[in-house]
Structures are given as C-alpha cells and as structure tokens.
Design a binder for this molecule. Sequence first.
Ligand code: PEP
Ligand code: MN
Length: 337
Amino acid sequence: MIIVLKQGTPQQEIDKLTNIIVAKGINVNPMFGSDLTILGLIGDTSQVDPAQIESFRCVERIMKVAEPFKKANRMFHPGESVIKVGNTEVGGKKLSIMAGPCSVESKEQITYVAEEVKKAGATVLRGGAFKPRTSPYAFQGLKYDGLELLEEARAVTGLPIVTEIMSPYDIEIFDEKVDCIQVGARNMQNFDLLRLLGQTKKPILLKRGLSSTIEEWLMSAEYIMAGGNPNVILCERGIRTYETYTRNTLDLSAVLAVKRLSHLPVIVDPSHATGKFWMVEPLARAAIAVGADGVMIEVHNDPAHALCDGAQSIKPDLFAAVMKDIRTIAACVGREA
Ligand code: PEP
Ligand code: MN
C-alpha cells in the first residue's frame, strides 16, 4: 500500500500517521520526492483501514500495490535508482559498460584485458574468480587468488570490479574486496544467499535466472532489498527457451517490463544470452536502443584458448568497435557512454 501525502505536509503530521501504522506491525518507508512525499507500507496491510488513513487531512490518496514486490516496485520510488559502484554510477544518464573475461586466468591476462577495456571506455571490470560450471571437471576459477588479481587490475586501471559470489561463506571477503557482487543466474533463487546479501550495503548485480519470470526475478531483488540493501542492479542475460541455435534467448522486452515495473537499473549481457561472439555487437546496440542502463560483455585477449566461454568472448579490438557503436546509439536515446 502507498499513501500519497499532500504537498508541504509537516513532519509532525507524517510522524503521527506513521506511528499509527507502525503500531499495527507494518513497516513504513517514507520517500521524499521533489514534488511528492509518499509512505510505502510493507507488511500485512489488511490491518490498515483505508477510511481511518483517509481521515488524516495530510493524505492525498491511497494506492494498493498489486504486485508482490514492494521495495523494488516503481510505485515505492518516484524516479530511477542510481547505484554507486566504486567510482562510477549505474542507472544515471551515463551508460554502464561492464567488460572483461569470463574468468580471471592470470595476472597478465586480467591486467591486459582491464587496460584494453578501460582504454575503449568500459566503466567496470568484470571477471569470474568463482565459476559456476555445469561440469565439476571444468575449470572452476582461481577463487581467492582470482579476487586478488582483480584487485591488482583495479589498482592499475582504476576500474571498479564486479565478480560472482557462489557461497554465503564468502560474503565477508567479497564485501571487503570487490565493488559490486554478482549473483549469477544459477543462484538467483538462492534465498539464503540473497537474504545475507541484504545485510550488506554492497551493490548487487542480480542476473536473471535461467528460466525465471520477470516477477520471480524482481522478487529475488526484493529479498535483497527487504534485508536493508537497496543497491540492486538487474541483469538480463537470456532465458532458456526451446531454441537451441543460441545458448539462451535474449529477452529484450524484459528491459521494458522491468523499467515499467521497477525503479532499479537494468543492464543486458549479450554474451551469455547468445553464446556467440558475432552476435554481441548488434545485440549490445539493440540493448542500448531499447533503454538498458548498460551492458555486460565478455572480452578476452585470446578467445580460442579461453578457459571458459571463449565462443562468446570478443577481442579487445572488437570491443572498441562495440563501444563506438554504443556511443552512436546512446546519443539517439539521450544517454552517454
Ligand atoms: C558470468 O557472468 O560469468 C556468468 C556465469 O553468467 P550467468 O550467471 O548469467 O550464466
Ligand atoms: Mn561466462
């Protein structure tokens, strides 16, 4: 439930109303916009009598929130959320370009790719240290050594780092070392992990689950936000359909849906969505054209010998070309890159 207050309502009145609602065991989130103050109610709002609330003179109107996600709901947050990630922001006018290898393989590799993507205009360095592989015999990542190599690449380039967490045991070390914690598609509904990430203040890049609906995805964001961490960035990375030509099916309409339903920023990962390096450039363009807040792209110095996801990785020179394209499209849709 949302209570819209009349303009210029004194704080005293807001407090009075809030206390009555809180006494019913409901959380009240006040939001002060430039020309609107709203109270977002979270909890069992069947306890709230709309007639009683409307009897307060400061109340303009009451709105029911039909969707099960509240904190992630656009109704709860007038305006777009802008999330600070290290020295950059996700969700503002400037597009976020997260780029780097699927997995961190060596100091030379990650530092070289970091320098190249930075030169071309990336804003965040990605690189997996803990890899969720389908086969237990496949390369599982450099783990804690990988985190250190990412830190070194950040020190050299100044790029903030995003990397995937797999286990709740690692939250403390991720919180200390990385700028943004990625929750991969496979862990999107690992509710214990989400709940614990809600207790940090670290930005969380929440990838859409392999077969998740948009509502399930937003409910996972809600888990993190309900715990007290509002810093969630969504990432559409393709979903599983009957089509097998591409690794997944990129759902660009999800960007529009999420933008309508939620205030959270959303970026697109054309690399995992398609599994094909030659589809990355055109779909990155499409993502920006449709209104995404940025992209996540896998870039590798030597895709043919990559330890993970070589077929979808692009080389730094192609990444530079993608950036040029993105800048052209960005200008058409009122964004910057
Ligand atoms: C990744 O970004 O390296 C990754 C494993 O992505 P996803 O969780 O989307 O498959
Ligand atoms: Mn990958």
